[in-house]
Design a protein around this ligand. Structure first.
Ligand code: FMN
Length: 281
């Protein structure tokens, strides 16, 4: 059991049992206060090194770290960077991600699931925007969007994608790169149905990334759809669904003193194994 935090609890269950973590059902709990009981329980019997509080940088109070090199120095942002050492990280980058993600949620990072998503056109012209990661497991990292949006069109032409999480409070960045594929219709429908009616109406009404005449036009469209479907379930928006980024590499970045940051990159090898290399900061 990883502790009292809902996401952490569900994470523990899913990581151990079904290996799936869905954030969209538990997102209201992600802002729980960190307590010592929220720490992950060390793994047993896997042959891999277990997590411990010092491995994962749980020391939030009392560790002053470097005051000089932190962009948040005057903003109330803590400095408590602990070393990110090869011998401490989990051989499975998904478990390492889970530990950091859970820590971010329990430490009070706002929307730790917010990530920058980079895509590129068929010609290689890049674009980037924020998305909310709603689920992750050994199959990949899922976000939901409009398939006809700019990102949707770029992913249709070029499935390569990159996600980047940055938690300034913890001085941590995680980069994930891989191919993106669509989630199944059932998964997408389940997600859409989990949203409020108002949110479903907005998704139905909004031709994401297209030019529109005015905000009024959009609001009128929402109002029309609300009347049209007043007494019925809303139809599923044709173009709305999930993408799953299937990781081929992860990079964990930890801020350290005097710019000597730690960077560990995992690269997928055969048979589910990952190679870990240190990169220069
Ligand atoms: C914190 C944050 C989270 C967001 N999450 C999503 C999301 O999960 N899905 C989505 O389609 N757009 C999301 N957006 C809006 C996108 O950043 C973007 O404006 C939109 O998807 C259109 O992007 P595109 O034109 O590149 O396709 C989010 C924006 C912010 C600031």
């Amino acid at each position: 059991m990883l502790g009292g935090l809902q996401v952490a609890g569900s994470l523990a269950k899913h990581m151990v049992a079904s290996h799936t973590t869905q954030l969209w059902k538990t997102s209201t709990k992600t802002r729980s206060t960190f307590t010592s009981t929220d720490r992950p329980t060390p793994r047993r019997g896997s042959g891999a090194r277990a997590f411990s509080s010092s491995d994962l940088g749980w020391r939030l109070a009392g560790d002053r770290g470097s005051e000089r090199d932190s962009p948040g120095h005057n903003l109330g942002v803590s400095n408590f960077a602990l070393p990110l050492r090869e011998e401490d990280v989990d051989p499975d980058p998904l478990r390492q991600f889970a530990a950091w993600f859970q820590h971010a949620a329990s430490a009070g990072v706002r929307e730790p699931e917010a990530a920058a998503l980079a895509t590129a056109s068929a010609e290689g012209a890049p674009s980037v925007r924020m998305v909310l990661m709603k689920q992750y497991d050994e199959r990949g990292f899922v976000f939901y969007s409009n398939y006809e949006s700019r990102k949707g069109q770029e992913l249709a032409a070029n499935s390569r994608a990159a996600l980047m999480f940055y938690w300034v409070l913890l001085g941590r960045q995680i980069r994930i790169e891989g191919g993106a594929e669509r989630t199944t219709l059932e998964e997408s429908a389940a997600y859409v149905r989990s949203r409020s009616r108002a949110s479903q109406l907005s998704a139905l009404a909004s031709p994401q990334s297209r030019t529109i005449e005015s905000r009024d036009v959009l609001e009128q469209r929402v109002a029309q759809l609300a009347v049209l479907h007043e007494r019925a379930d809303l139809p599923l928006p044709d173009a709305w669904g999930g993408f799953r980024v299937v990781p081929e590499s992860f990079e964990f970045w930890q801020r350290r003193e005097d710019r000597l940051h730690d960077r560990l990159r995992y690269t997928r090898r055969h048979e589910g194994r990952w190679a870990v290399q240190r990169l220069a900061p």
